[in-house]
Write a protein that binds this ligand. Structure first.
Ligand SMILES: NC(=S)c1ccno1
Length: 236
């Protein structure tokens, strides 16, 4: 999977050079490229924002630099005969980003993240590129960040880890929270007793069926307690 990120803070994504996603990049499973939006602003001050039409506080990101940056990525993909990438715009005005959407995006060949700042990106950028590629406004949660970079990082990690081969043991992706609509079961490791707290006996029983049943029940109980909204009416 190729992932392009357009941002005024490309250095923010250097962290993707380490850990799991760093190894995936080294292995060629993920090709992540951060682009500086200011490279596509050609005035002396490399200006990427301006005052909003209609007034109001803050600044809006100008469409021209975005057009040049996104055209460059699109033209390269089209020139190489690759599939048209999907544009992801992290935004509090987007649809909720979920594990199901992460799994859906992990099936794609090429994602482009547009990280807005200030009061957001001129709407015409989304309107224009909707004619050329799939565009998804996705929200990490019902809160506002200073820009799209933190959200893009979270989404890239959630998607990247689902790309085949990135996680060494695919089994570890099964029964994770939200993978199948339930929260994950509690996990334990040695020592058997820690500060007077014991590992549940069933987990040391060697009875795999009993362990599986206990874990499933724990998932339902935890989901019912913490996220009843995830359960159907008859399970809540
Ligand atoms: N909630 C999200 S994704 C966001 C992006 C920018 N600000 O908030």
């Amino acid at each position: 999977m190729r992932i392009d990120i357009v941002t005024i803070f490309p250095e923010f994504f250097r962290v993707l050079d380490v850990s799991l996603l760093g190894r995936a990049r080294t292995a060629g499973l993920l090709d992540v490229r951060a682009h500086d939006l200011r490279d596509h602003a050609h005035d002396r001050h490399r200006t990427v924002d301006d005052t909003p039409y209609g007034g109001g506080a803050g600044m809006v990101m100008k469409p021209e630099p975005w057009g040049e940056a996104l055209d460059g990525i699109l033209d390269e993909a089209e020139g190489a005969g690759e599939t048209v990438p999907t544009l992801i715009v992290p935004s509090p005005a987007g649809e909720p980003f979920t594990q199901a959407i992460a799994a859906e995006l992990a099936q794609l060949d090429h994602l482009v993240f547009a990280c807005g700042r200030y009061e957001g990106i001129d709407q015409r950028v989304v309107d224009h590129y909707e004619e050329r590629m799939p565009v998804r406004l996705l929200s990490l949660g019902d809160y506002v960040l200073n820009g799209g970079e933190v959200a893009a990082m979270a989404m890239i990690e959630a998607v990247g880890r689902l790309v085949p081969g990135v996680v060494g043991n695919p089994e570890s992706l099964v029964e994770e929270s939200h993978e199948d609509g339930l929260l994950e079961y509690p996990s334990y490791t040695k020592p058997q007793v820690w500060r007077g707290l014991e590992v549940p006996d069933v987990l040391r029983s060697g009875n795999h069926g009993a362990v599986a049943a206990w874990r499933h029940e724990q998932r339902i109980e935890r989901t019912r307690r913490v996220r009843p909204d995830l359960l159907g009416d008859d399970d809540a």
